[in-house]
Design a protein around this ligand. Structure first.
Ligand code: SAH
Ligand code: MG
Length: 216
């Protein structure tokens, strides 16, 4: 969890009541911190929201781009039915190893598979796994537009596409930060998501802005 997922007293009340981390998720987060992984995972609100999306859509096959320590992946995988599968794409071997160790301990290992490398290199190999029922994009923001293209290619009507960090901590609309290729990537992604005739989309204001779309 990061500064972006810190909450006010009302939100803290809601978090405690509806979706606070259980012991396993708390331990994952504590160990991620002590092993030096960056504190940039989603918060429990978004984790629960992703779970509800999996349950609402009856998703069996999910794709996550940007695994980090496996926190969001654990929320998603826990909601998948028996025989369900999450494929995670992650650049850093260290992050992938950490996540796999955590999932193993949580009894989720048989539901999740991680492919290590730049997602733009591993995505083309997923043709045979498609279509996915849910895609969660949460990696390098400059490549979000390309990740959206792959998500659409690997979708079917009803596929849900979710993208984290639309606000980018306020950078998206900060006139002094528009030169960044990450900001430009996010702007293109938001524009493509909102304008694509194949998609119905919005941004849920959870923490840093969670974009979501359903393929028509
Ligand atoms: N979804 C995670 C957080 C992901 S943080 C959670 O909420 O728990 C972003 C992750 O994307 C980092 O682990 C980073 O190593 C990874 N990443 C960055 N660039 C990438 C790329 N080009 N391909 C795949 N993963 C990438
Ligand atoms: Mg994120």
């Amino acid at each position: 969890m990061s500064k972006l997922t810190e909450v006010d007293p009302y939100q803290e009340f809601i978090r405690e009541l509806f979706h606070s981390d259980d012991e396993e998720l708390s331990r994952l987060q504590a160990e991620a911190k002590s092993e030096g992984l960056p504190s940039i995972s989603i918060g429990p609100e978004q984790g629960k929201f992703l779970q509800l999306l999996v349950q609402l859509t009856g998703a069996k096959k999910a794709l996550e781009i940007g695994v980090l320590g496996g926190y969001s992946g654990a929320w998603i995988a826990r909601a998948l039915p028996e025989g369900g599968k999450l494929i995670g794409l992650e650049l850093e071997q260290k992050h992938a190893d950490f996540a796999c160790k955590q999932w193993q301990r949580m009894g989720l290992a048989d539901k999740i598979e991680v492919r290590v490398g730049p997602a733009l290199d591993t995505l083309p190999d997923l043709v045979d796994e498609a279509p996915f029922d849910l895609v969660f994009i949460d990696a390098d923001k400059n490549n979000y537009p390309a990740y959206l293209d792959f998500s659409l290619k690997y979708s079917r009507p009803g596929t849900v596409i979710v993208g984290d960090n639309v606000s980018m901590g306020g950078s998206l609309v900060d006139p002094d930060r528009q030169d960044s290729d990450w900001v430009q990537g996010m702007r293109k992604f938001a524009s493509a998501l909102s304008q694509n005739g194949r998609l119905a989309s919005t941004v849920v204001p959870y923490s840093d802005g969670l974009a979501m779309a359903v393929v028509k």
